[in-house]
Design a protein. Structure first.
Length: 277
């Protein structure tokens, strides 16, 4: 059983996807379930988690509708206005759909002070009531602030997206590695093996470029707290879906079959409380 714990769908528009720069122009188009299903079949991925790409309730509902139409979309990490006065009511309404598994805000686009906002933290504090995970999307320099943030919520499950985007293209390990080891000391935080090739040199990266970062999170989190994710279709600006799967397979080939199975699926099932896989 394999689960891709991080992929996206979208209907492209310049207004909503301004973060897609010219170097990523190949993904300035629609990406829908029909584009992904054959790719996951080729590499024996049984289920996926669709993660928000726009910060709108309309997109969250659209992803939930897609998940209802396609059984292999096992869960959705959507966006909810956690700083709003109606956050609790919105969470209550959306949680009527059992495929809502988590919430994410694009913190990498916010000043670090956002993670200390009282209204934002009040919204995050609601998530446990609805058995929802919080997906933590930050850049490597935001890790110290992220550590303080997760410490405010010691019983809330957090999933760190994309290894906190280390500076792979510059081949810099520190201070990222020090901060990764520190956040990994929190047992309520796990980490996705995802989003790495787009932090490397798109055209010239190699598996050897990635291995020090994979080895760091393996040492810090261990195989029980790492999840495979593709970050499709974003990954396709630097690697095909099948290529990324092969890279992860190579990077964790020294683990036992049981440990590889945890990273490639069973951890995602446990952490996101997936069913019907």
């Amino acid at each position: 059983m394999r689960v891709d714990a991080h992929q996206h769908f979208w209907r492209y528009s310049d207004e909503e996807f301004g973060w897609i720069n010219d170097a990523m122009s190949a993904i300035r188009r629609d990406f829908l379930p029909g584009d992904l299903v054959s790719l996951i079949d080729q590499v024996q991925v049984d289920a996926t988690i669709a993660v928000q790409a726009c910060q709108s309730l309309e997109e969250t509902q659209w992803l939930l509708d897609l998940a209802e139409e396609h059984e292999w979309i096992a869960g959705v990490v959507g966006w909810v206005p956690l700083t709003g006065l109606r956050a609790e009511l919105t969470l209550d309404q959306l949680s009527e759909n059992a495929k809502l598994k988590g919430v994410r805000h694009v913190l990498q686009g916010e000043p670090e002070e956002f993670m200390a906002r009282e209204d934002f933290n009040a919204g995050v504090a609601l998530l446990r009531r609805f058995s929802l995970v919080y997906d933590l999307l930050v850049l490597e320099h935001q890790l110290p602030a992220a550590i303080k943030f997760v410490d405010r919520h010691p019983r809330q499950p957090f999933v760190l997206d994309h290894l906190a985007k280390p500076r792979i293209a510059a081949q810099e390990l520190e201070p990222w590695a020090k901060n990764i080891r520190e956040i990994a000391r929190r047992p309520h935080v796990v980490c996705k093996l995802s989003g790495m090739v787009t932090e490397a040199d798109f055209k010239q990266w190699s598996v050897e470029d990635l291995k020090p970062y994979v080895e760091t999170v393996l040492d810090a989190f261990g195989p029980t707290r790492l999840l495979f994710g593709s970050d499709w279709p974003v990954c396709t600006v630097a690697a095909s879906y099948a290529r990324w799967v092969a890279v992860v397979e190579e990077c964790i080939s020294g683990l036992t079959e049981h440990e590889r199975g945890l990273i490639f699926g069973r951890n995602a099932v446990r952490i996101y409380r997936l069913s019907k896989i």
